[in-house]
Design a protein around this ligand. Structure first.
Ligand SMILES: O=C(CO)[C@H](O)[C@H](O)COP(=O)(O)O
Length: 240
């Protein structure tokens, strides 16, 4: 008997990504996500275009990185100014809760992702099963917030104080020891590390967005219409 095949996390990401591509039809305007899972989707779209199995696709990239990848694969691109309605977006996530609320942005592209995915008729989120959490903020990883660079420490302190009860620690994201990470929009990211769950997500979202200095946060509440989860035992599709 041959030994059981052990799938890596990247294999699972690819399985979810390829499944999502089955939702694409020729002629669609597509939101192209960012990250190691979404990258598989973009690769697959390029392949299907080359094979003539998909035609007349227009992609709206959610980051400069995805834009470069799509261009290298010959995927025709546009933007929300020219295509304000997107048929379908496919993107990864860092956390998915049982209500299909997401945390995104650990790759730093949350603002453009929120704009593109907020403009689409259908948003299919693709994850491996390690991304499933009971409550957002519950994985011990960060909730990213994009802020203006001006007096970033002031804004980071304000954010930390907002969630003091959840044991929040706010950290500026760095590229290296001395250089802050800069988003595609020229902003900084503050990562909020929480010891306890956030509580009411809509209230948390509202209080973050009310702070001057904050541009956007990585909670995507009630945005995903479908989540495709790839796990050791197969694929699960969750619909809103
Ligand atoms: O939100 C994102 C980028 O801003 C990504 O979708 C998220 O970080 C998941 O990344 P990966 O697919 O590499 O696990």
């Amino acid at each position: 008997m041959s030994p059981p095949v052990v799938l890596s996390q990247d294999d699972l990401k690819k399985i979810a990504a390829y499944k999502a591509v089955e939702f694409i039809e020729s002629g669609m305007v597509l939101g192209l996500g960012t990250g190691s899972t979404a990258k598989h989707t973009v690769d697959r779209i390029g392949e299907l275009l080359r094979q003539g199995k998909l035609t007349n696709i227009v992609g709206i990239p959610t980051s400069k990185m995805t834009q470069e990848q799509a261009l290298s694969l010959g995927i025709p691109l546009s933007d929300l100014d020219s295509h304000p309605i997107v048929d379908l977006a496919i993107d990864g996530a860092d956390e998915v809760d049982p209500h299909l609320n997401l945390v995104k942005g650990r790759c730093g592209s949350l603002l453009r992702e929120k704009m593109v995915e907020g403009a689409c008729k259908k948003f299919v989120c693709i994850v491996d099963e390690s991304k499933l959490v009971k409550h957002l903020g519950g994985s011990g990883l960060a909730l990213p917030v994009e802020i203006v660079p001006f007096c970033w420490k002031f804004t980071a302190n304000k954010l930390q104080n907002l969630f003091q009860r959840s044991g929040c620690v706010a950290k500026l994201r760095n590229d290296c020891e001395w250089k802050p990470f800069v988003t595609d929009n020229g902003n900084y990211i503050v990562d909020l590390y929480l010891k306890k769950e956030l509580g009411d997500l809509q209230i948390a979202s509202d209080v973050i967005l009310r702070l001057a200095g904050v541009i956007e946060h990585g909670m995507f509440l009630d945005m995903a219409t479908t989540v495709i989860v790839a796990g050791e035992l197969g694929i699960t599709i969750k619909n809103k």
